[in-house]
Design a protein around this ligand. Structure first.
Ligand code: AMP
Length: 182
């Protein structure tokens, strides 16, 4: 698997816009829309992900609501495998299983269709999102994958906020790959 060079990582990092005080004061929001509309950055990233995952015998990509859908669906299409959305509560139309997780103030919930991986027993799944911060969303999503009896092969994030311990938490469940560690 070909690693990205430092120059390529800097290029990707520079393509992501920092928006200060969004969605609330004190947060620096990593806006990946400026990576997506940069055709060179987007294809560099997606080609890198394809090269990393093409020989891992994955059956599905599970993407986290909502920016995980963009990278996850594009990668699934490149790899010729299925895509499964993990959504915030109340968005999926059929029967779901649900996992609650703690936020700074209060709780949130993510859901998956209970039969999302049903076509293949022990399906090999990659979990993907744009960013891991505290790891709460990703850990709850990983639990949904294992609760459906699928196998979580790896979790993948474009951005990892390394001043938080989200990655370490998630590594207890399966390997974690992050491209840009900030
Ligand atoms: P967490 O559960 O704390 O790891 O938060 C991860 C989720 O929140 C991901 O779906 C991210 O898209 C989003 N998120 C958290 N912090 C940021 C940030 N600083 N910039 C952009 N997205 C963020």
């Amino acid at each position: 698997m070909k690693e990205l060079t430092i120059e390529q990582k800097i290029f990707l990092l520079d393509s992501i816009r920092d928006v200060e005080n969004f969605p609330k004061p004190g947060i620096i929001f990593k806006d990946i829309t400026t990576l997506l509309n940069n055709k060179i950055a987007f294809s560099l990233l997606m080609n890198h992900l394809e090269a990393r995952y093409k020989d891992m015998e994955l059956d599905y990509i599970a993407g986290i609501d909502s920016r995980g859908f963009i990278f996850g669906a594009a990668l699934a299409c490149k790899l010729g495998i299925g895509f499964v959305p993990i959504r915030k509560k109340g968005k999926l139309p059929s029967t779901t299983i649900c996992e609650k997780y703690e936020l700074e103030y209060g709780f949130d919930e993510v859901e998956i269709h209970f039969d999302a991986f049903e076509e293949k027993i022990g399906a090999r799944v990659l979990l993907i999102d744009d960013l891991i911060a505290t790891g709460g969303t990703a850990k709850a999503s990983a639990k949904l994958i294992t609760d459906t009896k699928a196998k979580l092969v790896e979790s993948c994030f474009i951005i990892h906020l390394s001043f938080l311990d989200g990655k370490q938490k998630l590594e207890k469940l399966a390997p974690v790959y992050s491209i840009l560690d900030i």
